[in-house]
Design a protein around this ligand. Structure first.
Ligand code: C5P
Length: 227
């Protein structure tokens, strides 16, 4: 069967990864969570004190970017790939609110983006990939056969992210999570390099009005038009 590239972009916590994982499983495709890559670079910078809530030492991070080795390892038991930074599983560490508070400022750095985009293009070279992020349909795979742009209200998204963090045992308030979601949206849509924009040929899926099942059916129907 023909294999295609599926690009899923959109704001924070719109349910991109849930949809992308479901699709990849159904189609037997590789799923790539590009947000995890930006989060891992951010975690690396935090370990070295190059980024805090109020500071960013861009040059030090850029000068040490060659020391960042990222790899996804598929975990059979969990059913998804976990992020490894320099051989260490950082899947838990990269999902904290602290990393979320710093990641969009790190993702503005062009050198960081160039490195990660190159790896992403390599991972999708043979098609049969579902990739989610902010610039997949516009920059990473502008020729992707299917582009989805996911939206939902900021409140719906913050509620989802808040519940996820609480489930993981993290101590956060709804207000902090909402503020973070809004801040990341602002930075992601206003940066100079590869801002989050809807590709002209993307199909919009609004997640505040559709259930997970309805959303999956809509997208699967779109996919089937290309196979
Ligand atoms: O997808 P997730 O919310 O985990 O992404 C974390 C952050 O990484 C985003 O808010 C954005 O700043 C950055 N990102 C990006 N480009 C991508 C994926 C994520 O700039 N392709």
């Amino acid at each position: 069967m023909k294999r295609i590239t599926i690009a899923i972009d959109g704001f924070s916590s719109t349910g991109k990864s849930t949809l992308a994982k479901q699709l990849a499983k159904k189609l037997g495709y590789v799923y790539v969570d590009t947000g995890a890559m930006y989060r891992a670079v951010t975690y690396f910078a935090m370990q070295n004190n190059w980024v805090t809530e109020n500071t960013l030492d861009k040059n030090s991070l850029i000068n040490h970017l060659d020391e960042v080795h990222l790899k996804f390892h598929f975990n059979e038991a969990l059913g998804f790939a976990e992020m490894f930074l320099n051989g260490v599983n950082v899947e838990q560490e990269i999902r904290t609110l602290e990393v979320s508070q710093n990641v969009s400022r790190v993702a503005e750095i062009s050198e960081v983006r160039a490195k990660l985009v190159q790896q992403q293009q390599e991972m999708g070279r043979n098609k049969g990939v579902v990739m989610d992020g902010r610039d997949i349909g516009t920059v990473v795979f502008p020729n992707a056969e299917l582009k989805i742009f996911m939206t939902a209200s900021a409140e719906t998204r913050a509620e989802r992210r808040f519940n996820e963090l609480i489930e993981k045992g993290q101590h956060v308030t709804f207000e902090d999570v909402l503020e973070n979601v809004q801040q990341r949206d602002y930075i992601d849509t206003h940066r100079d390099d590869s801002p989050l924009v809807q590709a002209a040929d993307a199909v919009v899926v609004d997640n505040s009005t559709l259930s997970k099942e309805e959303q999956f059916d809509v997208v699967l129907n779109l996919v089937n038009q290309y196979l």
